[in-house]
Design a binder for this molecule. Structure first.
Ligand code: AMP
Ligand code: GLY
Length: 425
């Protein structure tokens, strides 16, 4: 079997790691692999955003499964181009990927399907956006409508801040992604990431996880792509997940099917668990990063089998996932300055680590054989333990021992779960 991974971040390294365990005999390829993936697969020097070129390459190289990691290439039609070339692909069509690439599309779809989410208005005119903000009161959330790498949403404590943010976005601060803004009602509660593998009709659910989006400890400072994650999440009981399935996942999959764009791939429901029940913050059309780095080490059944079932249309029924006992905590090591400007090229040293620790590479590269930083989020350090407490400690301890100039990481990943455990014990 020949498997291509499109993408080269921490999520893609985790996907590669898991698929290699599932199929040790397979040949693996990745587009422009990062410094950690490079040892574990063959490099394909084509950007995933160049969908026609990558699909031609995959067809010519007899790829049996193309796993598409990031949202950009999905929105650009990479799965469609793969299908046209007869390459089985895991990832939704560009039309189905609008569930992430256009917040306006996602909101309209949810409204039509009766899926609980925050009230919202979409505006292209700054004065109208400002009137809407004044009318709604504080706090309020302002978002760029297009793709903004997880950094396009600003929770504003005051109306003045919200008006300023909307004007900045509409003024071009987010480029084309901010040509329209979504003004959203603020939802209070705790967040939960739920990943479902969907084949257009059926779906299976992976372990629930929680991301840490803010750059600073105690969830302070600006939003990032994600500074850490853990799984599973204590409050995400079977009953809650069943409610999420009935009120969120199933209706949205049905609506996408009815809209002529059945969703085949990974549907990520980003939820706020409010006092009134689960409400959707956003959908993503791909695995979360860094949640994937926490969830996959706990997946004891095959990931390859359900992915192949989705890509080849053979049905998901026989592929209910199984998970190991225990918990996993992922600490992201970032370059100082992230999510703003940061340096590159710092030498990274990774000492030998215990067997329960996995280091997934993100913004790393090899420079004359030496590992150096090449992105904002550099490494994701996942530790598996008996519970979140043990996994937190092990993840933090391992993160301390990995060094590079300007290394920054949050030492409080999993704090909500630790607090819950402490309250219960
Ligand atoms: P998004 O880019 O839509 O994922 O939003 C990024 C983050 O902003 C979310 O993970 C939440 O922490 C926060 N957020 C977004 N929308 C809302 C909302 N309506 N109410 C409260 N927090 C929100
Ligand atoms: N961790 C958030 C995301 O992947 O969008």
């Amino acid at each position: 079997m020949r498997i291509l991974i499109a993408g080269n971040g921490g999520r893609e390294h985790a996907l590669l790691w898991k698929l290699r365990r599932d199929a040790p005999e397979a040949s693996f390829f990745a587009t422009r692999p990062n410094g950690g993936m490079a040892d574990e697969c063959a490099a394909v020097d084509i950007a995933p955003a160049d969908a026609p070129a990558l699909a031609s390459w995959a067809a010519a190289n007899r790829i049996d499964l193309a796993v598409i990691g990031p949202e950009g290439p999905l929105a650009a039609g990479l799965a469609d181009r793969m299908e046209e070339r007869g390459v089985p692909a895991f990832g939704p069509s560009a039309k189905a990927a609008r569930i992430e690439s256009s917040k306006a599309f996602a909101k309209d779809l949810m409204a039509g399907a009766g899926v609980p989410t925050a009230a919202y208005e979409v505006h292209a005119d700054p004065d109208r956006a400002a009137s809407c903000i004044e009318a709604w009161g504080e706090p309020v959330v302002v978002k760029a409508s297009g793709l903004a790498a997880g950094k396009g949403a600003v929770v504003c404590a005051t109306a003045a801040e919200a008006v300023r943010t909307a004007r900045e976005m509409l003024g071009g601060a987010f480029g084309e992604a901010g040509s329209r803004v979504v003004i959203e009602e603020f939802m209070g509660g705790e967040e939960l990431s739920v990943f479902c593998i969907a084949d257009g009709e059926d779906y299976v659910t992976l372990l629930p996880s929680q991301d840490h989006k803010r750059v600073g400890e105690g969830d302070t400072g600006p939003n990032t792509g994600g500074m850490g994650a853990y799984a599973p999440v204590g409050f995400a009981t079977e009953a809650l997940l069943a409610e999420v399935g009935d009120t969120v996942v199933a209706p949205v999959l049905r609506a996408l099917g009815e809209a002529g764009c059945p969703f085949r791939g990974l549907l990520y429901a980003g939820l706020m668990i409010t006092p009134d029940g689960p409400k959707v913050v956003e959908f993503n059309c791909r695995f979360g990063d860094p949640e994937t780095q926490a969830v996959l080490p706990l997946l004891s059944s095959s990931l390859l089998e359900p992915m192949l079932a989705v890509a080849t249309g053979s049905g998901l029924a026989a592929h209910a996932p199984r998970f190991a006992e225990g918990a996993a905590v992922t600490t992201v090591l970032a370059a100082s300055g992230y999510p703003g400007a940061y340096g590159k090229g710092a030498r990274i040293t990774v000492p030998p680590l215990p067997a329960n620790v996995h280091v997934f590479h993100a913004g790393t590269a090899l420079d004359s054989g030496r590992l150096v930083t090449s992105g904002g989020r550099v490494l994701a350090v996942t530790a598996v333990g008996e519970d979140v407490r043990g996994a937190c400690e092990a993840s933090r301890a391992a993160a301390e021992t990995i060094t590079f100039d300007g290394r920054y990481f949050r030492r409080d990943i999993g704090w909500r779960e630790e607090k819950r455990l402490a309250a219960g014990s």
